[in-house]
Design a protein around this ligand. Structure first.
Ligand SMILES: Nc1ncnc2c1ncn2[C@@H]1O[C@H](COP(=O)(O)OP(=O)(O)OP(=O)(O)O)[C@@H](O)[C@H]1O
Ligand SMILES: [Mg+2]
Length: 242
C-alpha cells in the first residue's frame, strides 16, 4: 500500500511518517520515501547514514526526466546501499532528490520524479510505502498523488493547517483517492476547539495524535526519533483505518 503524508509546513508530516513507519514495520517491510527536497535529518532519525538520492541514481537533475523512462518498474529494496539505507527492523529509507547548492534551479525535476517514481515503485502485496511529502499543496499541482493508494493529511492546531487540509480533501475527492485526516499535536485544552473548527469546515478527523513531549525533544536533539503517547495513537489509527 502506498501512502502519501501531506499537510502544512511544520504540521508534523515527518513525525507522522516516522510514527507510521515504525508501527507498520512491525507488520511488514516498510519503505520511507523522503520526497521533501529541503530537509536533511530524516535518515539520522532512523539511525541511518544518508544515502545518495534516487535523482542521482538516475543521473542527476538534468537527466531524470529522460532516464526514468527507461525504468518501467522500480524495486527500491533492490537498489544498492549507495541509494537506500535500511534499519535492521524493517524500514528502508530513500530520498527522491535534494536541493544541494545555491542557484542550482527549482525543485521541479524532483516533483516530476516523485510523480513518476510513485507510479513505478513495485511493492510486494503486504509491503508499505510511506511518502513524506513537501509542505503545502505543490505535490497536487504536479499530480504526485496519481500513483498512491491513500493520502494522509496531517493537521496541526492552526487555521492554516485546516485550510490546506480542505484543499487537499477537495482535490483527493476530485481525483478519487481515499484520504484520512489526522489531527496532530492535540492537547486536552485544544482538542474540543480543533474538533469544532474541523466540523465547521465540513471535515472529520480519522485520528487524533496527542502532543507528545518525547517527539518534541527528539526533534530538538536531532538524534533517533522517539515517541510515547503518539505511538499508541498511531497504532489505533492503523488498526481502524489501514
Ligand atoms: N505529536 C507531536 N507532539 C509533539 N511535537 C510534535 C508532534 N508532531 C510533531 N511535533 C513537532 O513539531 C515540529 C514539526 O514537526 P515535523 O518536522 O514532523 O513537521 P513537518 O510537517 O514534517 O515539517 P516540514 O514542513 O518542515 O517538513 C517538530 O518540532 C516536531 O517535534
Ligand atoms: Mg518534514
Amino acid at each position: 500500500m502506498k501512502l502519501l503524508v501531506g499537510g502544512k509546513g511544520g504540521a508534523g508530516k515527518s513525525a507522522v511518517s516516522l510514527l507510521l513507519a515504525h508501527e507498520l514495520s512491525k507488520k511488514a517491510n516498510t519503505i520511507l520515501l523522503d520526497s521533501d527536497e529541503s530537509n536533511r535529518l530524516l535518515p539520522k532519525t532512523l539511525g541511518l547514514e544518508t544515502p545518495d538520492t534516487i535523482a542521482n541514481y538516475l543521473g542527476g537533475r538534468s537527466k531524470v526526466r529522460k532516464s526514468i523512462e527507461d525504468h518501467e518498474k522500480i524495486n527500491l529494496n533492490e537498489l544498492s546501499s549507495e541509494y537506500v539505507s535500511k534499519t535492521d527492523y524493517g524500514i528502508t529509507y530513500a530520498a527522491v532528490g535534494k536541493i544541494e547548492e545555491y542557484g542550482e534551479g527549482c525543485a521541479c525535476p524532483y516533483g516530476f520524479l516523485s510523480k513518476e517514481l510513485l507510479k513505478r515503485i513495485e511493492l510486494a502485496p503486504e509491503e508499505y510505502l510511506i511518502v513524506d511529502a513537501e509542505a503545502g499543496i505543490e505535490h497536487l499541482g504536479r499530480g504526485v498523488e496519481e500513483g498512491i493508494d491513500k493520502l494522509i493529511v496531517v493537521i496541526d492546531p492552526t487555521a492554516e493547517g485546516v485550510e490546506i487540509a480542505k484543499k487537499l480533501v477537495s482535490e483527493a475527492q476530485r481525483i478519487g483517492k481515499p484520504i484520512h485526516l489526522i489531527l496532530n499535536k492535540v492537547t486536552s485544552e485544544i482538542e474540543q476547539i480543533m474538533l469544532e473548527k474541523l466540523e465547521s469546515e465540513g471535515l472529520k478527523a480519522d485520528a487524533l495524535i496527542r502532543y507528545d513531549p518525547v517527539i518534541f525533544k527528539s526533534s530538538l536533539m536531532g538524534g533517533l526519533f522517539s515517541a510515547e503517547k503518539a505511538s499508541e495513537d498511531i497504532s489505533r489509527f492503523i488498526e481502524t483505518h489501514l
